[in-house]
Design a protein around this ligand. Structure first.
Ligand code: NAD
Length: 354
């Protein structure tokens, strides 16, 4: 079990440190050990090697079973040419190299954090615990022909059966370990690519009789996420619709510091949904929960350690319910705990509940 660990820039190394403490607890409790290989990416890799994704990092990633990333970027490197910047030359290049086809973004609103959600209490109290499964490598962002001249710009939204089948299976498999509900989001009343999408998703559903499938138009889904987010378990959708809906749902918990993500491809990549947060980097105030929950996703999806992942999620939830807050989620910043204190609290809770 080999993990490529790329802490990156900004708060990346700080929150990564806490996630690795949690991994240590898992190792101690299970007796399993992970081989951890550290690599450089983003701005810090530019500073050391003049390259945001050095050859050595590429090699480490291709030899690993999973890639665990902090975050990249910061104002120091913003004036470089686009392809040399941490985001494009580092992270986007890594994503491309891994042939990622699905992005998985779980969103959970903790009961005791209802007050920091932008939604009303009565909406959140019904429980928000959903995951978006977004197709990542086809659709209108990549379809050809595409182009622009002085008079027109055009794109092509295209989906083939194989792509839809693959992403649909990913969503149904994830639903099996959750509340067994898939909502497939499309625009099949208008778009031909969505008509095929809906047909193929319905066919795949026949292989998963234990999972309930429903279909929803994307305009309605955008509205339902605000009106009644508790109705969703797994949202399965296309590249562009997923881009928009996953950011919309990311607003529900009230802080990016709570949101993990996973992307599936030749190798799976696990990283927080937020960025390098240069405004708070180096101050030991960042929320490590997004990184810690990304670790839980890695254990579940790359190493089949579902129980261990659930234990980490439970420990995080208990620490939050006990009232501990980093600054981003604290009503009173004076009472906030630091990044490392939050990590220690979660480790301690995990040991207790194991
Ligand atoms: P950001 O996500 O870094 O920050 C947005 C806001 O959320 C900030 O106020 C930040 O303090 C807060 N935040 C984010 N994560 C947090 C955490 N764990 N705990 C507490 N607060 C947190 O987005 P940005 O400011 O637009 O971008 C900053 C840099 O990050 C840029 O260079 C950008 O290109 C890069 N970026 C990287 C990634 C990535 O590595 N995956 C993603 C997005 C942005």
């Amino acid at each position: 079990m080999k993990i490529a660990i790329l802490p990156g820039d900004g708060i990346g190394p700080e929150v990564m440190r806490e996630a690795l403490k949690v991994l240590e607890v898992v190792e101690k409790k299970t007796g399993k050990t992970f081989e951890k290989i550290f690599g450089h990416i983003g701005g810090e890799a530019i500073d050391k090697f003049g390259d945001p994704l050095p050859e050595e990092t590429r090699r480490i990633c291709m030899e690993a079973d999973a890639i665990f990333l902090g975050s990249v970027g910061g104002p120091k490197w913003d004036n470089l040419p686009p392809e040399k910047r941490p985001e494009i030359g580092g992270l986007l290049a890594l994503r491309k190299m891994l042939n990622l086809y699905a992005n998985i973004r779980p969103i959970k609103v903790y009961r005791s954090l209802v007050s920091i959600s932008p939604l009303k209490e009565r909406v959140i109290e019904a429980g928000v615990d959903l995951v978006t499964v977004r197709e990542l490598s086809y659709g209108v962002y990549y379809g050809k022909p595409r182009g622009i001249d002085e008079e027109k710009g055009f794109d092509t939204m295209i989906y083939d059966r194989k792509t839809v089948e693959y992403i649909a299976r990913t969503a149904f498999e994830i639903a099996r370990n959750r509340r067994k509900k898939v909502t497939s989001v499309d625009k099949a009343n208008v778009l031909y690519s969505s008509m095929l999408w809906r047909k193929v998703v319905s066919e795949v559903a026949e292989d998963y009789p234990d999972v309930e499938l429903s279909h929803m138009y994307v305009d309605n889904a955008a509205m339902q996420l605000i009106l009644r987010p508790s109705q969703f378990d797994v949202i399965l959708t296309t590249n562009m619709f997923g881009d928009i809906l996953s950011d919309e749902s990311a607003a529900l918990p009230g802080s990016l510091g709570l949101l993990p993500s996973a992307s599936f491809g030749d190798k799976n990549l696990y990283e927080p949904a937020g960025g390098s947060a240069p405004d708070i980097a180096g101050k030991n105030v960042a929320n490590p929960i997004a990184q810690i929950l990304s670790l839980a996703m890695m254990l579940e999806f790359s190493f089949g350690m579902v129980d261990e992942a659930r234990k980490i999620e439970k420990a995080v939830e208990m620490v939050i319910e006990e009232g501990y807050r980093t600054r981003d989620i604290a009503e009173d910043p004076e009472k906030a705990v630091s990044t490392s204190q939050m990590g220690d609290l979660i480790c301690k809770k995990l040991e207790e509940i194991w």
